[in-house]
Design a protein around this ligand. Sequence first.
Ligand code: SAM
Length: 378
Amino acid sequence: MKFVNIKEGKAEIFIPKAKRIYDAPVFYNPAMTLNRDLSVLVLRVLNPKTVLDALSATGIRGIRYALETNAEEIWLNDINPDAFKLIIRNLKINFGEELTLNDKMARVKGEKEILATNKDANLLMAEKFRYFDFVDLDPFGSPMEFLDSTLRSVKRKGVLAVTATDTAPLCGAHPKACLRKYNSKPLRGELCHESGLRILIGAIVRYAVKYDLGINVLFAYYKDHYFRAFLQLKDGAKEGDKSLKNMGYVYFEPKTGRFEIERNFLPSREGAFGPLWLGPLKEQKFIEKMIEKAEKAELPQKNKLLKFLSIIKDELNIPFFYDFHALARRNSLEVRKLSDVCSILQEKGHKSSRTHFSPTAIKTDAPFEIVLETLKLL
Ligand code: SAM
């Protein structure tokens, strides 16, 4: 295996040399730097002490958490023996040679304690019951096979960070896979990315409530063909009940683009998509704190990240949106400027905002008929 040396944030690591990232024996995706930058910021806001990067690959994520946040004990793990060897090599570059190694565990003991293991993540998380303040799941594809052990390994008031790159099932291109993995019927069309994210969160909620845990969404987003959710666990059966009240379904009319949501355990009529999460996708104060931290931070993708967080900050915290290109197509209308439509809706007393899910869409509390009427007026 040949390696190249790269820098990301404060970390310097070796990655395997390969023509395509998926051919490499150990995985590193430079396109996920923003995902890692955002995660570093989340950790800076939350200040967890014990952190697990359960699916570490090169170790970049855990190493950045150790170098760039206040975390005190950081665990890195990967089942792939080549990844484990590379993690050790990368730990040595970043934290010196004072690394002890026995069988399947490496340990760096300096100002911080850093541990690396070469185990099945489910096994490791089962062994470390209610141990971590923060668990990061960054799998190939779906996180579902790791979810139960993650919910046991994280403390009852801890935080879960979950990536899902299986957008084809979640966004309805492979509906059978979505039914199998997430027990949910996915939606196609312009709302598919938001409904995909809500299906992912909804599945996690349904796993969590059986442990008498509720979920508070600190920040969840879609970007560059992946989903990411930072979820704070809330301890207690009542918290679980509260989270379930935010579960439900969406109905979608392909002819017009009208959608309707229903908070209910079962759908009241035919044609429902879901179940999915209908609660907030962010905590406003949390996003503001992330922006505050980002403004002062040195991060590889700082400008891109600040732009993205500013859209998230201003985005209405309500389910779904109207995409003007799709609405125009579905209703044989001309495409109008988002800002013109927003001004008219605001004059009519309705809130509206852009959404990170689509550059050609708005979120609004105005009913569908008013949005359509406004498009026709312009
Ligand atoms: N978190 C990394 C980053 O930010 O660069 C990327 C992780 S990569 C997408 C997923 C990793 O999960 C792979 O390195 C793979 O070997 C590892 N993996 C897959 N199944 C596993 C399991 N059951 N237990 C532990 N690691 C596993």
